[in-house]
Design a protein around this ligand. Structure first.
Ligand SMILES: Nc1ncnc2c1ncn2[C@@H]1O[C@H](COP(=O)(O)OP(=O)(O)O)[C@@H](O)[C@H]1O
Ligand SMILES: [Mg+2]
Length: 421
């Protein structure tokens, strides 16, 4: 089979030089829909087919996410190129074999015991959403890869400039970032790394609809958001991020005491979020139980049962849906409505900030929310005392528990009235 590299119906031009790049680290970062993941998948496939020996590992923080992201993209491309039948695809465990030469693509999640170390003679790794991965996990992985020539591709959005990737690979952003997002190659501080910055404008396959959505961020959301996801500029932790002092932990410590579960009801476009809130001294320990769209009340009750929420555990839910609260209550659960008041959002945030916050690494949506939940910024760039109405489903759920259970006010199931203890 021949792959015509100059065919603009197959490749985005800007990425082409990377097909025969020999540096160890290839960083593909920037705005959304800029074809970062798509190109990474193309490169992995081409290496697998062209090299006499190739063994790529698909890596993500959470193993379960690989199937719908990296694996799906690779399958889509094989299908589009009409070469799906030249491969043998195993999904459990994930193993894609190019039948002709036996080269393989494997997968590892950093949440699983079996780490990359257990894969014999890998030649490459593709870290998808590399900014979800901690510095320690990255170092452990990259140093575990031994053998001949190894190449590691990292794909990510530049969400927080304080992230390790920025420190590890990038010079000061003032030296290369252009305000309009129109720049591509960035010289890394490391000799063994090459960095490509892209936005949706570099992706000839980005649909008009996606492009419009990204441009709309400028109007809908705060500017920081637009700068990160549309222009691919590093997000500033100081520009309005509400929670900038929290840490990821492996699991809920044994000594932590369960305070209760927060529940934020999903609507058509929003997820239903259930978060377990624990306390260990002055530390708030947060663990995501569920975070999914389109759940019915029946399904929510089933999930609660399956996840081991007992009928005695306290659940605090958004008061905006009394019918749903009644439903769960009638299933025998100890559920109550969250206290709401004119300032309850800001008040709740302040209360949360009184604690040291630790989030379990399994709580991936929640972590995303903590990274992205921001104060509104007005057009003049002034930070307002009002959060954006986004990235707040899990955080709202936590706020309900904190306000109802960890402040001196108490509410009742029926009355929603404040009763002083
Ligand atoms: N070379 C390509 N051929 C066909 N479609 C592409 C190509 N590159 C990107 N796309 C399309 O653009 C979309 C966005 O690309 P993706 O890699 O998911 O962006 P990013 O990872 O940068 O957010 C993909 O879903 C895919 O439909
Ligand atoms: Mg992507």
């Amino acid at each position: 089979m021949k792959i015509d590299l100059s065919n603009p119906l197959i490749f985005n031009k800007i990425y082409l030089p990377l097909l025969d790049e020999s540096k160890r680290y290839i960083l593909l970062y920037g705005g959304r829909d800029s074809a970062k993941s798509y190109f990474a998948a193309q490169k992995v496939i081409i290496d697998t087919m062209m090299k006499s020996y190739s063994r790529f590992i698909l890596v993500r923080k959470i193993f379960a996410d690989i199937k719908d992201s990296q694996l799906q993209t690779i399958k889509d491309i094989l299908k589009l190129w009409g070469i799906l039948d030249l491969f043998k695809i195993n999904e459990n465990p994930i193993r894609i074999t190019f039948i002709k030469n036996g080269n393989m693509i494997l997968a590892r999640g950093l949440d699983k015991e079996a780490k990359t170390k257990s894969i014999k003679d890998p030649t490459g790794v593709w870290y998808e959403e590399a900014n979800e991965i901690s510095y320690n996990e990255f170092i452990k992985t990259t140093t575990s890869l031994r053998g001949g020539i190894i190449q590691e591709i990292l794909t990510f959005n530049p969400e927080l400039e304080t992230e390790w990737i920025n420190n590890y690979f990038f010079p000061a952003k003032e030296s290369y970032e252009k305000k309009d997002g129109k720049f591509n190659w960035v010289e890394s501080t490391r000799k063994d790394a090459i960095i490509l910055h892209t936005t949706y404008k570099d992706n000839a396959f980005c649909t008009l609809q996606s492009a419009e959505k990204l441009e709309d961020l400028k109007i809908d959301k705060d500017l920081n958001y637009y700068r990160i996801y549309t222009l691919g500029l590093w997000g500033g932790a100081l520009e309005g991020v509400i929670f900038n002092n929290w840490k990821i932990i492996k699991e809920v410590p044994e000594r932590a005491r369960l305070v209760g579960y927060g529940l934020d009801w999903g609507f058509t476009n929003d997820p239903t979020a259930i978060i377990a809130v624990y306390l260990e001294e002055k530390k708030l320990i947060l663990h995501e139980i569920e975070y999914a769209q389109g759940l019915s009340n029946l399904e929510i009750a089933e999930i609660m049962e399956a996840k081991g929420i007992s009928k005695n555990d306290e659940i605090v839910a958004d008061s905006a849906e009394p019918k749903s609260i009644s439903y769960i209550y009638n299933q025998g659960y100890n559920i109550e409505a969250a206290i709401k008041g004119p300032d309850s959002i800001v008040h709740g945030i302040e209360k949360m900030k009184e604690f040291e916050i630790k989030i379990t690494e399994q709580s991936r949506h929640l972590v995303h929310e903590f990274k992205n939940y921001r104060w509104k910024i007005d057009r003049a760039g002034k930070i307002l005392n009002k959060p954006i109405d986004d990235w707040n489903h899990g955080i709202d759920a936590i706020r309900y528990v904190v306000l109802n259970k960890l402040t001196i006010k108490k509410t009742t199931m029926t009355g929603l009235k404040d009763v002083r203890l």
